[in-house]
Every structure is written in C-alpha cells, then in structure tokens.
Design a protein around this ligand. Structure first.
Ligand code: AMP
Ligand code: GLY
Length: 443
C-alpha cells in the first residue's frame, strides 16, 4: 500500500517512520518533508496547501491513503477536497477542524456541552473587551480567535498586560486581521498541563497514553511559549481516575456535541488540559497529533499505526477499543532548537553527530526543521530535531535522550535540560536549582 504524509516537521517524520514499519506499507511519501522523512520515506516537493497538486500526485502515483500532519491544511479543507475527489484521507473536515481553528467555536461548544473549561467571554470590539478586563480581579488569558501558529495566546499576570494583549491582537492585528477580529478573554488557570490525544471515528473514542509537553522555551517553564520543547510518555500525572474523568467529562461530550451539530469529528482530537485542584479543565482543542507529543507516543506504540489510521478512516475503530499495545518502557523527547526560536533565527547551519546519536540503542532522532544539501544536513527551522529515547524507567529514558543530544552539534543549538523533570521530582524544586541559562552554545 502507498501512503502520503502531509507536512514537514517532527510529527511528520515520526508518522513516516512508524507507518513505514507496517508490513502492508509498500512506500511512504512525504510532502514536502525534511531530511529525516527522506531517509525513512520519499519526499515530494508539494506545498501542503496546494490541494490540486496533491490530488494530482495521489492519482498519478495511485496512493491509497493520505495522512495529514499539521492544522493549516485541515482548517483550509484538505479533507473535504480529497473526499470530493473520492480519495481516502485521515483527518477532520474543515467544519470539524474549527475545534482548533476557532477558539470562539471551541469555547461556545464547550459551554453548550458542559465541558469543563476556564470561565470566559467573547468580544468582537476592543472597547467592550477593555471594559470587561477592567472589572476583573484575577489574572486573565487573552486569545486571538483564529490560527496564529501557536502565538495568538497571551497569558497575562495583570490587567495592564491583558489590556496590552487586546491592543496587540485587535488593534495592531499582530496575528493577522482575521485571527484578531474576535478574542476570547478567559480566567487564567493554575495547575499542571497534560496532553490527551485520542483517535476519534463516529462514536468511538480511543485515547492514546497521556503525555506532557513543555511549552515554555527555557528551563523551569521560563520564557516565551513555543510549539513544544520536549515531551514524555506516559505522564504519571494522568492517573487512571483522572483519565476516566477526562474521558467522561471532556472527550465524550465534545465528540457527541460535534455529531449533534452535524460536524462529526474523525481523526485525532487533542485536548490540552490543565489539571487544577477542581479537576481537569480544557485549555484548548487541537484537531491533529501534537508535536512533539507524537514522538514519544509513537516510540512506544506497538500496534500497527497503519491499521489504526485505516480503522479511523473506515469507521471501524471500535475494533481497537482497549486493544492498543504499548511498549511498557517510558519515552522522552528533547527538542533541539535554533538560537532565537521562537523568535527569528538563522537557517542553513550544518548539523553534526547525527550518525553517532543514531548508533545508541533505543534512540531515534526525529528531524523537524532540517534539509539535506549534498551529503550535509542543515538546519531549516526553529525546532530542528526531536531526540527521542526509551528507557526501563522514565529517568533512564531521560538519561538516554540527553546522551543522544550530547552527540549532536550545530551552531547556536539550544534545548531544555529539564524535560520530564516534573514527573521525576513532582514536588517542584526551587527555581534556583535549574539552570538559568538555557543556551547550550555548541561549536
Ligand atoms: P492554547 O493554544 O489555548 O493551548 O494556549 C497555549 C498555552 O497557553 C497553553 O498550553 C497554556 O500553557 C497557556 N494557557 C492557555 N489558556 C490558559 C488558561 N486559561 N490558563 C492558564 N494558561 C493557559
Ligand atoms: N505540542 C503542542 C501542539 O502540538 O500543539
């Protein structure tokens, strides 16, 4: 069987790598891919938003199944486009992808379906938002409604910061005119974050194992939010009781509400959750696999991913309920990023040591922002690599991942040194014990 994966990040490399292991996978293509997907599959230089060219390629190569990685093509209707062309594709339709593409849509759905989330208000005019903010006596989070490459969420400590956030999103339109037309202003929640990714098809929901991401750029959760600087799986925070509550109070009512609205969800439903003293609360929904969360997840998944994805597409996922097989060993992924990320950064810098890291047992280096030039591999994005390792214990997995990181160098490489630390030392260590300087300048 021939498969096409759409996208070019660490998530897509993990998908290509895992799908290629299926005995039924004859060839796995990736559009446009990176240097890593070219090693485990075959790259095709087509833009993920060029639906017509993608359809033409799928027809010409007789590809049986397309798997969409990132949210942007989903929000633009790639699934509707492929389905109209009679082609099999994994992911939600444009209407269902609104769960991620519109924060207003997601909050309204949660409100009507009684899904626990932070208290919120929606505004389409900055003056009304300002007046509301001035009457609040607790910290707020201000969110641009539309997709903003993960940057449209401003977590504020004071009312002044929240007022500045309104200015940036609605008046200066820093995240684009469409994303900033409406805002969600919500209560800032305290607690620990957990990512729950579930496969959804029809009425069936098959949650994957709980993972924890590390969104802040620097050690100790300091610095600006990023797409994710590392993740581990399973996250012990996700106790069976908590996972049960998340299933009952969040996943089931959300999937049913989408069905009732005639926008049935099919694909990956990713719930970003804050575990508060009052229980789990939804921070956001995403409509695709989380990156980097999918990297440690797929290191551990033993079930054939191709079988699973086909079961979602063909609405026979119930066959996999409570049947997923996992490697019992935990996995840790450490993201190596370009100096400056999530702000501006340089590209085209040579990466060394990949072969040495690949020699280590139970390690896989997933490529995120890389490209090949002759026999050199160069940096080509903010997040460059997802260095992922298994271990007998979470501490072993963490140690193996950092041993592999130590093999790899590129100028300006930086990474967090505390990935998975929260699970290993749940009583938070004093901030002074973590390195205040996250930059690991190499070479
Ligand atoms: P989102 O894209 O909505 O997940 O927001 C990105 C990040 O902002 C989340 O992963 C949290 O770290 C933070 N965040 C979002 N909403 C809240 C909230 N209500 N309270 C505290 N932190 C939040
Ligand atoms: N790691 C967060 C995300 O994929 O949105």
């Amino acid at each position: 069987m021939k498969i096409l994966v759409i996208g070019k990040g660490g998530r897509e490399h993990a998908l290509v790598w895992k799908l290629a292991q299926s005995p039924r996978a004859e060839r796995v293509y990736c559009a446009p891919g990176n240097a890593g997907t070219a090693e485990d599959g075959v790259n095709v230089p087509i833009d993920p938003l060029d639906f017509d060219r993608l359809v033409a390629f799928v027809r010409k190569e007789k590809i049986d199944l397309t798997v969409v990685g990132p949210e942007e093509p989903l929000a633009h209707g790639i699934v509707d486009h492929f389905q109209k062309a009679g082609l099999r594709i994994f992911g939600p339709t444009r209407a269902a992808a609104q769960l991620e593409a519109s924060k207003v849509f997601a909050k309204e759905l949660m409100h009507h379906a009684d899904v626990p989330t932070a208290e919120f208000r929606i505004f389409d005019h900055p003056e009304f938002a300002r007046r509301y903010i001035e009457t609040r006596d607790y910290p707020l989070v201000v969110k641009a409604d539309g997709l903003a490459a993960g940057k449209g969420v401003l977590v504020c400590s004071t009312n002044e910061e929240a007022l500045t956030a309104i200015e940036r999103i609605m008046v200066r339109e820093e995240f684009g005119p469409a994303a900033g037309r409406r805002v969600v202003v919500e209560k800032r929640l305290e607690g620990e974050e957990l990512s729950i990714l579930a496969l959804v098809s029809g009425r069936t929901i098959v949650p994957l194992q709980p993972t924890q991401d590390h969104k802040a750029a620097f050690d100790g959760d300091k610095g600006p939010n990023t797409g994710g600087m590392g993740a581990y799986c399973p996250a012990p925070l996700g106790t069976p009781e908590l996972l049960d509550a998340i299933d009952r109070e969040i996943l089931v009512p959300t999937v049913h509400a989408m069905k009732r609205r005639r926008q049935p969800f099919r694909g990956v439903l990713y719930a970003g959750i804050m575990v508060t003293n009052q229980g789990p609360r939804v921070l956001e929904f995403n409509c695709r696999f989380g990156d980097p969360e999918i990297q440690p997840l797929l290191m551990r998944l033993r079930t054939d991913l191709l079988d699973l994805i086909e079961a979602v597409v063909e609405e026979r996922l119930d066959a996999f309920e409570s049947k997923l097989e996992w490697d019992p060993r935990p996995a840790v992924c450490v993201v190596m990023a370009s100096k400056g990320y999530p702000g501006p950064y340089e590209k085209g810098l040579p990466i060394k040591g990949l072969a040495e890291a690949a020699q280590l047992p139970d390690v896989k280096v997933f490529h995120a922002g890389t490209r090949r030039e002759g026999d050199r591999i160069l940096t080509d994005g903010g997040r460059v690599l997802g260095v992922t390792a298994l271990g007998e214990t979470l501490a072993d997995a963490q140690r193996h991942a950092y041993e592999a990181v130590a093999c790899i160098q590129f100028p300006g490489a930086f990474y967090r040194r505390d990935i998975a630390e929260k699970a290993l030392r749940p009583i938070t260590a004093p901030a002074a014990e973590t390195s205040p300087i996250p930059l690991a300048q190499s070479e």
